[in-house]
Design a protein around this ligand. Structure first.
Ligand code: F6R
Ligand code: MG
Ligand code: MG
Length: 365
């Protein structure tokens, strides 16, 4: 079989109520549009959501960065926007920064993670979807999955994994990239990926299998728009088993909720709470930030699944922990480190307040 491409593309094109969920009618619009328009272009597709973000999971043989696939996704979001406008849903068309498609959906608002690979005899993948956070949210879990032997036993025990993985890290501000060979360069890499607002792990490669293992979306909506539009609510794909991390090793980092940026007005840190698709409806203080994990077996490009992993009671404790952390963080109100630092508030309404008061600041002595 030729190579298969898995494209996960997401956008907030209108939600209800407020920034909480995608209305079922929007999902239907997208499903029907894809069924009508995809013709021979797709092998399979699934429309789902995380919080207020609609997510299209597409399989095909067109490769990554394919204009026809990107246009299909763009048109699907445009169509769903019509339904959102009809229902007067909140923020209709919010993430679509252009009036018409211009060749590549990257840089037009939606978030995208794509990988092309030869489907193995059995191909388990996990698709992660997050709401009320940003691309750097994947740094810590991807580090744990592919570089931390306390998380991933395979790094010690599985000869195919023992050699390590290569991490492609992007500087999201200066648009540069670097590849770190791990475990040798772990300490160097951590200097960068610990700064989650600036550096993002774009992809991970297995050194033994010489193949892609994970890819994430790294779009920064606000940097593109030059103003606060909403958070970038990222997606991520991880291949599992047979020399890649086991499914359980891939899910394990989410058992201890870490702090991510993006809660309330994209301006607060909060814990990333693992939950089912159904539970991915931010409430308290528009959060806390959510992450969903959908498992699929690919079968000649067909999506066998999804298995909604975080619906499992094994993640109940993580949810309770996340709620406790959320409660504590909320007690800090508008103070850091609940609220983001000033430099990270650059694309919110904060600069307007600064501007308004700039005249009144005077030198001390
Ligand atoms: C966070 C988020 C929400 C909104 C908030 C204000 O990513 O989407 O917390 O920022 O509800 O929304 P507006 O400005 O649309 O009233
Ligand atoms: Mg929204
Ligand atoms: Mg969202």
């Amino acid at each position: 079989m030729s190579k298969v491409t898995l494209s996960v593309i997401k956008a907030d094109v209108g939600s209800y109520v407020g920034h909480s969920c995608v209305h079922p009618e929007l999902m239907e619009t997208a499903e029907q549009f894809l069924a009508r328009k995809s013709e021979s272009l797709l092998i399979d597709c699934l429309v789902t959501h995380v919080g207020d973000d609609m997510v299209l999971i597409l399989t095909h043989e067109q490769g990554t960065d394919n204009a026809a696939i990107h246009e299909l996704a763009w048109d699907t979001f445009m169509e769903a926007t019509q339904t959102a406008r009809k229902l007067k849903l909140y923020g209709a068309g919010q993430d679509l920064l252009a009036d018409s498609f211009s060749g590549n959906i990257k840089g037009m608002g939606p978030g995208i993670a794509e990988m092309e690979f030869e489907e193995r005899p059995s191909e388990p993948v996990v698709v992660f979807l997050a709401d009320k956070t940003e691309p750097g949210a994947w740094n810590l879990p991807l580090y744990k999955i592919f570089a931390d032997p306390f998380n991933t036993a395979g790094l010690v025990i599985d000869p195919k994994m023992h050699v390590g993985f290569d991490f492609e890290v992007h500087d999201l501000i200066e648009h540069k990239r670097i590849v770190f060979r791990c475990p040798e360069e772990l300490y160097d890499m951590l200097v960068f990926i610990g700064a989650m607002g600036r550096y993002g792990i774009k992809a991970v490669y297995s050194r033994t299998l010489n193949d892609i293992a994970a890819v994430s979306s790294t779009q920064r909506l606000n940097l593109m728009a030059g103003r606060y539009v909403g958070k970038d609510d990222p997606v991520c794909i991880v291949r599992c088993q047979s020399g890649m991390p086991a499914v359980g090793e891939v899910l394990e980092p989410f058992a201890r909720p870490h702090l991510v940026a993006g809660w309330m007005r994209g301006s607060h840190y909060g814990p990333l709470m693992p939950c089912s698709v159904k539970q991915s409806t931010p409430t308290r203080f528009d959060g806390p930030p959510r992450v969903v994990a959908l498992g699929f077996q690919l079968c000649h490009g067909k999506l066998v699944g999804p298995q909604d992993f975080f619906a499992d009671p094994a993640f109940d404790l993580a949810r309770r922990k996340a709620n406790e952390i959320a409660d504590y963080m909320r007690s800090l109100g508008p103070f850091e480190p609940h609220r983001l630092g000033l430099d990270e508030l650059e694309y919110t309404t904060m600069p307007e307040v600064m501007e308004k008061l700039s005249e009144r600041f005077e030198p001390i002595e």
